[in-house]
Design a protein around this ligand. Structure first.
Ligand code: GRF
Length: 190
């Protein structure tokens, strides 16, 4: 099984996924794609000797070149890991129920446009939530709205800072995303 990762930034989740599948005989990360030529995730992919592809807005939204690339590589699952652009219809149509995303909050709360990075954790703190967590979900044409596949939660302790809740969430993401991907890929065998 072949995985494509889309990421716009640091790529700490991509890192964990590339590590997880490095020695797997069942699945591999075949390519890392980014809209951001400066994204640190590209360096991480190089370190694993995984090919990369950088695209711009025109290529992504007004051509089929990314879809064609993924088809040519026989990609089975598209994994968004800190990818900040909306997925266009041609990609959704080419990979039905084969595109997943991770979001650093318990959807359906704290999702949608502008809800990324620290904005999410600030909103959670401001709302006085007692618990927080992560969501892994299928991707549709809207931000953070597809069917939920998996959630993991933790309690927000009185006095927790933004940095602390962010860190706890990241730990959960790193722990669970590779395993959820592995389990999804197993289902595709049947
Ligand atoms: C993660 O918190 C993820 O939930 C969100 O973007 C962040 C990406 O972090 N979609 P990284 O680039 O994997 O470090």
């Amino acid at each position: 099984k072949r995985i494509a990762i889309f990421a716009s930034g640091s790529g700490s989740n991509a890192q964990k996924i590339m590590e997880h599948f490095k020695y797997s005989s069942d699945a591999e990360v075949a390519i890392v794609l980014s809209n951001n030529p400066e994204a640190y995730v590209l360096q991480r992919a190089d370190n694993f000797e995984i090919p990369t592809h950088i695209f711009d807005r025109h290529e992504f939204y007004y051509t089929d070149s990314v879809v064609e690339l993924l088809k040519r590589l026989n990609i089975d699952l598209v994994v968004l890991a800190g990818f900040l652009w909306l997925v266009p219809q041609n990609l959704l149509t080419a990979f039905p129920n084969k595109i997943i995303n991770i979001h650093p909050a318990l959807l359906p709360k704290f999702g949608g446009k502008g809800m990324y990075g620290d904005h999410v954790h600030k909103a959670v703190m401001a709302a006085g939530e007692e618990e927080h967590g992560i969501t892994i979900h299928f991707v549709n044409e809207n931000f953070d709205e597809g069917e939920i596949i998996y959630q993991a939660k933790f309690k927000i302790e009185p006095g927790d800072t933004l940095e602390q809740i962010k860190f706890k969430g990241q730990q959960l993401e790193h722990q669970h995303y590779p395993k959820v991907i592995e389990n999804l890929l197993k289902k595709y065998n049947h």
